[in-house]
Design a protein around this ligand. Structure first.
Ligand SMILES: [Fe+2]
Ligand SMILES: [Fe+2]
Length: 162
């Protein structure tokens, strides 16, 4: 039998991944609205990745015969002021998600669910990359003497990426 607290925690994490996709779609649409098509594309790709995370968790839960409960997805933040502000919020969000997954991992240890522990270990390592990619963009914009030209340059880079 799956521990009920752990089961609930996985349902919450599943919801958070869908929420992350929502948030990144909101960010993508903000960029489309200000004609920063490179950033818009980049954030849409991030949203798609979050949907993949959700599917990965969903598949694992099905495999382990957890009870799936699809909870209401919260409305994402859509109050953005510029590219730096959006990327900072994305970075903060990833750090928050990391801490949530770590909490879930601790719970799986407590209830001695080793399979979940291993599954979550992978996700935690993936979070290191998730945090890093936003932090890099944040730093490039923030610590460049002319923020707007750096923003334009990154937008062009994203536009030309695959
Ligand atoms: Fe994710
Ligand atoms: Fe993420």
């Amino acid at each position: 039998m799956i521990d009920s607290k752990l089961n609930a925690g996985f349902n919450t994490q599943l919801n958070k991944e869908f929420y992350s996709a929502y948030l990144y779609f909101a960010m993508s649409s903000y960029f489309s609205g200000i004609n920063m098509d490179g950033f818009a594309k980049y954030m849409k790709d991030q949203a798609k990745e979050e949907l993949e995370h959700a599917q990965k968790i969903y598949d694992y839960m099905i495999l382990r015969r957890f009870n799936i409960k699809l909870e209401r997805i919260e409305e994402p933040d859509s109050d953005f002021s510029n590219a730096l502000n959006v990327i900072e919020k994305a970075y903060e969000h990833e750090k928050f998600v990391t801490s949530e997954i770590i909490n879930l991992s601790e719970l799986s240890k407590e209830v001695k669910d080793y399979m979940s522990e291993i599954f979550l270990e992978d996700m935690i390592m993936e979070q290191a990359e998730e945090e890093d990619k936003f932090f890099k963009i944040y730093e490039r914009i923030k610590y460049h003497e002319d923020c707007s030209s750096m923003t334009e340059r990154i937008d062009a880079e994203f536009k030309n990426q695959g």
